[in-house]
Design a protein around this ligand. Structure first.
Ligand code: MSP
Length: 484
């Protein structure tokens, strides 16, 4: 914990990324999860380090077999399909209030240039050679698979038999980096977090070992051409991972400012790519490794895996139309411990919304402002408040759940202080004390909303607009209307 604090004190910039998403899927709350977590950190660091010192990148992964298949199914040209769907994804993130600095698409020109430049470097470095790939390929994962990865001949995640392919491909010498990677992970305990994922990666290296992998496809038309063999396109993961480098301004003067990335937020499903392939690729290209890869857990919906076939994916846009963006952010970051698996249920969402947002934060704001209007002509004294909880260590180590639970119990205690002091009675005997008590609570509430800003940006701003510079602005809007 100490180490994290020290790291943060010396941090002068913060570059955070999310996975870039496959566009054939509709964006669901699982995708919103990684993006909201990254957005929360970006907002926190912008406040701490200044807007110009934070880079937050999300985007779409388009050069895959999945895109080709989906375009065909939609009877659209691949270009039209990717343009339309990428725009849809970006629009959804905009609606969710995601403050990305760049929405990267793997079809962007600068990204294509990055991929080709790095491929050439890795090739010149002697880490790419020609071979024959014969084996299984799961389009769902966009990954090569082994017989022993299958269950009853099917990919256990996509419930489909992988394709059998035989191609002359270019291979990357991953095996060369096995020892270096193992030692790096052992020497840098924060590189992969949480600890359980770090152990999983170490055990993968120890038990399975690192095998060279194919970094090109011969039979696919759509994708980035290899600079040293234009009959092949880059394997989608080799291409996609490099988005992090492109977005940092690879090949421009900005690159040194942003690279290495401070944090890649990913789901636990893609740690092999981020914690094994990616470090080796970077070393081969002569680039530094990101400071941390944090893999969060997966959540189910009412106990079931989110899946197209079950049709249970929840559209985040619909949810926020009713409850607001802050409610979705609150539920995801408060209910599910970041790094662990969890569950999402609409019933629980509604309950948590009513109890924490409507009854706790919402109610405190409205009764406090009403009382100050009534008992002190819409004014409060600005007093210095001692924080009951300092959240910096928790937010910077991605303990979002702890931050929110501490801040909301602080809010609880403010509601409790109103009950105890009974201002409506106290006012009759001691109006001065009434104002002192209510002012202190108002200033504590304001401090809490300062801490809550990265998590609940819209409602924090609203509370701060109601209590501003010692004056209460009457506001008829209910912060969080209750729903049955
Ligand atoms: N395109 C690759 C990532 C390339 S990054 C260089 C990919 N895309 S994806 O569209 O399948 O997105 C996967 C990510 O979506 C997961 O890693 C996770 O961040 C998020 N999630 C998808 N479903 C989820 C849940 N059910 N629960 C939590 N997160 C989920 O993989």
């Amino acid at each position: 914990m100490k180490k994290t604090t020290q790291q943060n004190q010396t941090r002068s910039k913060f570059y955070v990324t999310t996975p870039i998403y496959y566009i054939n899927d509709v964006p669901h709350i699982g995708h919103a999860y990684s993006t909201i977590a990254a957005d929360t950190l970006a907002r926190f660091y912008r406040d701490k380090l200044g807007k110009d010192n934070v880079l937050f990148v999300t985007g779409t992964d388009e050069n895959s077999q999945k895109s080709v298949d989906a375009a065909k199914k939609a009877e659209k040209s691949i270009q039209t399909y990717t343009d339309e769907t990428a725009q849809k994804w970006q629009g959804i993130f905009d609606n969710l209030g995601i403050t990305y600095d760049r929405f990267i698409r793997t079809t962007d020109t600068d990204h294509i240039a990055t991929v080709q430049d790095i491929l050439q470097k890795v090739y010149d470095n002697g880490d790419i050679y020609k071979g024959v790939y014969e084996g299984l390929y799961c389009v769902g994962h966009e990954a090569f698979m082994k017989e022993d990865d299958l269950v009853d001949g099917l990919c256990p995640d996509h419930k489909k038999a992988p394709e059998h392919i035989k191609e002359e491909n270019w291979f990357f010498k991953l095996s060369k980096y096995q020892d270096r990677l193992k030692h790096y992970i052992l020497d840098n305990p924060d590189f992969i977090q949480p600890q359980s994922r770090r152990n999983e990666v170490l055990s993968f290296i120890e038990t399975k070992g690192l095998e060279d992998f194919s970094i090109s496809r011969e039979t696919q038309e759509w994708g980035i051409r290899l600079p040293f063999d234009d009959s092949q396109v880059a394997y989608v993961w080799f291409d996609a991972l490099l988005n992090y480098v492109t977005a940092a301004g690879y090949g421009t003067d900005n690159f040194d400012k942003w690279w290495p990335a401070d944090l890649h937020i990913v789901g636990k499903d893609i740690i092999k790519f981020h914690c094994i392939y990616w470090p080796a690729m970077l070393w081969s290209a002569g680039l530094d490794l990101p400071r941390q890869v944090f893999a969060h857990g997966f959540f189910t919906i009412n106990g079931e895996k989110i899946s197209k076939s079950l049709g249970n994916a929840i559209d985040p846009t619909e949810l926020v139309q009713k409850y607001g963006n802050d409610a979705l952010r609150y539920y995801l970051l408060r209910e599910i411990t970041f790094g662990s698996d969890g569950d999402f249920s609409l019933q629980r969402f509604n309950d948590v919304y009513n109890s924490d947002l409507a009854n706790n934060l919402g109610n405190l704001t409205s009764r406090l402002s009403t009382m100050l209007i009534k008992y002190n002509n819409a004014k409060y004294n600005e007093v210095k408040v001692k924080p009951r909880y300092e959240y910096e260590d928790d937010i910077t180590s991605l303990k979002f759940h702890t931050c929110l639970s501490e801040l909301f119990s602080w809010l609880d205690s403010l509601n409790g202080a109103i009950e105890e002091n009974k201002p409506w009675e106290l006012f009759k005997t001691d109006p001065e004390k009434t104002v002192t008590v209510l002012s202190a609570i108002a200033c504590e509430l304001l401090l809490i909303t300062k801490y809550l800003e990265p998590f609940l940006p819209e409602s924090s701003k609203k509370v701060q607009a109601i209590f501003h510079n010692g004056v209460i602005t009457q506001n008829s809007e209910v912060l969080f209307p209750k729903f049955d």
